[in-house]
Design a protein. Structure first.
Length: 312
């Protein structure tokens, strides 16, 4: 059966570990796996603009021996003259896997339902699971060493817009890793209840925990990693002034970082807006690992693609 990666819990805890182990190996030996030799083609589709996603998947597919076919959905028939289901069937005859950065998560579900090759969610309005794999790899590199090499048992805190795709994916992905994940945002900006319930169910199996808070100081207290994201995502530009006022107390400053563990690291999926969600002294300071995090998109996604292709 074809495996897809649409949300973080599409990988079991054991499978997530396999992918992260492979990501670490591929970071050391860039061309160790070549499942796309031939050159076979991977379709990489964009409904939203991108820097890291486009570069990391293009480089990753090439490193795996393949040809990245970059598609702008506005210049295709998909979703307009041709249904997503028909597009899935056509692409499945021509490419080895489909990567899609889009809006509605339901579109990815429809694509996966009709595709006979792996479908990867490179971002949707509900989840950003590839980013979470890169974040887990980064935390593993910088903090798991003092925890016996394990992610399980570490504490991470995400502050800001906890109702967005990053908040949802941190809950599911970090719970799968057996971590203690805390998510803090103002009232009205908390994760969906069904996703919280899913994350708590996973955490009960992995030994992790899930905590939803409104107080950012309480949320970061003793955390091994502090994480944030932009307050104004694509499509929310008209809400910028309101959002800056709403999330002001959740800005990651040196003062907020002082409440985390002494050796806590800072992560941000980028792009970052200094003086809004994070102070320059934090993102450009010694605790920041955002550039490692950005690079690890390549390694984690290569591992994911190779792993999915090998499941067939």
């Amino acid at each position: 059966m074809t495996r897809h990666f649409l949300r973080d819990d599409d990988l079991s805890p054991a499978e997530q570990r396999e992918v992260l182990d492979l990501a670490a190996a591929l970071k050391k030996d860039r061309f160790a796996r070549r499942p796309l030799d031939g050159q076979k083609t991977a379709a990489v589709i964009f409904d939203k603009t991108s820097t890291r996603t486009q570069v990391s998947f293009s480089v990753g597919v090439a490193d795996l021996g393949g040809n990245p076919l970059i598609m702008d959905s506005k210049n295709s028939q998909m979703g307009g003259k041709e249904s997503i289901s028909d597009t899935a069937k056509v692409l499945s005859r021509m490419v080895e896997l489909i990567v899609w950065r889009t809006y509605a998560h339901s579109g990815l579900e429809e694509m996966a339902a009709h595709a006979t090759v792996p479908v990867i969610n490179s971002l949707s309005d509900d989840f950003h699971p590839c980013q979470i794999l890169a974040d887990l790899q980064t935390i593993r590199e910088h903090r798991a060493a003092r925890n016996g090499g394990e992610l399980a048992g570490l504490t991470a805190t995400y502050v800001g817009d906890a109702a967005n795709n990053m908040g949802h994916s941190y809950l599911l992905g970090f719970a799968t890793a057996g971590m203690h994940i805390r998510v803090a945002g103002p009232a009205g900006y908390h994760p969906r209840e069904d996703i919280v319930a899913d994350a708590k169910r996973i955490a009960a199996e992995t030994g992790g925990s899930v905590t939803i808070l409104t107080d950012p100081i309480e949320a970061v207290r003793g955390a091994d990693a502090v994480i944030t994201d932009t307050w104004v995502s694509m499509g929310q530009e008209e809400e910028k002034a309101e959002r800056i006022a709403t999330f002001g107390a959740y800005r990651v400053t040196p003062e907020l970082m002082e409440h985390a563990a002494d050796d806590a690291i800072f992560l941000h999926c980028l792009p970052a807006y200094r003086e809004y969600e994070v102070a320059p002294e934090v993102i450009d300071g010694p605790r920041s690992v955002v550039w490692d995090e950005a690079e690890n998109r390549v390694h984690a996604q290569k591992a994911l693609m190779a792993w999915l292709l090998e499941q067939a």
